[in-house]
Design a protein around this ligand. Structure first.
Ligand SMILES: Cc1cc2nc3c(=O)[nH]c(=O)nc-3n(C[C@H](O)[C@H](O)[C@H](O)COP(=O)(O)O)c2cc1C
Length: 303
């Protein structure tokens, strides 16, 4: 049995596998399948200051080797999360990552402050959502704005702060450096890639929102490339995700530079995916003489 413990932003996880935000709810639907204590942690559904109904359906569509979604951050709001979901999660002996989002810098900071003193182990700030005060462009597409929202949340929060980057940018490295300068303790990447499909019979987009986020195995090579570039450009740790479906994928993205791994779309195909990945990493370590999984982080040998 290899040592699967990893550390991210000063927080120790019993293993590197974390279900990704929006693909695992608050874990309730999975509790009857396996103990949530098997997981390194859970990144919960994106929480906003106020309740959100999300986008109009259809908002999920299958694509070759992936899926498109435009769920639109449907959630019950921060108060309900703290009152009803957090106590249940806190009893599960796994790390709790609160994924948060807002429409303004002030909203993000207010939400982060509400989590001070709670059982949350880490905040994951999703900067892929539109900033209504800056013409609706996502926070994460502009270095200055990405740095500013990170700084505001850092100042408001007493929790370790991981900032989740959008891949829909020209230079992910520049954005990563900006959030590092803003005070992020870690970065996670990638969020979904903006995509679109059209039903040629109706000539309607398959999603009511017209466009949506692509995830699943189709995006894995993009995720590996971005994790590798970012890990080589910043000093803070990286949490890798985007199409991770197997233990081999998890090991690959860790070799690219990720200290821990999130698993998203794969859970829709197989709800046991996270625990299969944990067992597979352990087996791979044993077979390859790796005593501690953290030894493999960033060990790719580029040409
Ligand atoms: C249905 C769905 C909902 C998602 N909701 C969120 C969310 O609320 N907050 C967030 O930061 N990312 C959200 N994501 C993005 C995932 O956490 C992850 O970054 C992305 O899907 C890439 O990983 P994957 O290919 O393993 O799914 C969502 C993804 C999907 C498929």
């Amino acid at each position: 049995m290899a040592d699967l413990r990893v550390t991210l932003a000063g927080v120790e996880f019993k293993n590197p596998v974390i279900p990704a935000s929006g693909t695992y709810g608050y874990g309730r639907e999975y509790e009857c399948l396996y103990p949530l204590s098997r997981l390194g942690g859970i990144s919960v559904k994106g929480t906003t200051l106020h309740e959100r109904g999300g986008n109009i359906p259809p908002r999920i569509a299958e694509t070759p080797c992936g899926m498109l979604n435009s769920v639109g951050l449907q959630n019950g709001g921060a108060e309900k999360f703290i009152k009803y979901e957090l106590p249940n999660l806190a009893a599960k002996d796994t790390r709790i990552i609160a994924n948060i989002a807002g429409s303004t810098v002030e909203e993000c900071a207010e939400l982060a402050a509400m989590l001070n003193g709670t059982a949350v182990d880490m905040i994951e700030l999703n900067i892929s959502c539109p900033n209504v005060k800056q013409g609706g462009a996502a926070f994460g597409t502009d270095c200055t704005v990405a740095g500013a929202v990170t700084k505001a949340v850092r100042e408001a929060s007493d929790k370790p702060l991981m900032v989740k980057l959008s891949p829909n940018v020209t230079s992910i490295v520049d954005i990563a450096k900006s959030v590092e300068a803003g005070g992020a303790d870690a970065v996670s990447l990638i969020n979904t890639l903006l995509g679109m499909r059209i039903d040629i019979k109706t000539r309607r987009p398959v999603l009511h929102n017209n466009v949506g986020g692509l995830s699943g195995p189709a995006v894995f090579p993009v995720a590996v490339r971005m994790v590798w570039q970012v890990a080589n450009a910043v000093r803070i740790p990286v949490c890798g995700m985007g199409g991770v479906s197997t233990a081999e994928d998890a090991i690959e993205i860790m070799m690219a530079g990720a200290s821990a791994v999130q698993v998203g779309a794969a859970i829709f195909r197989d709800p046991y995916a996270p625990v299969k990945i944990i067992d597979g990493i352990n087996e791979w370590c044993d077979q390859n003489g790796v005593k501690s999984v953290s030894e493999i982080v960033g060990t790719v040998k580029p040409y």
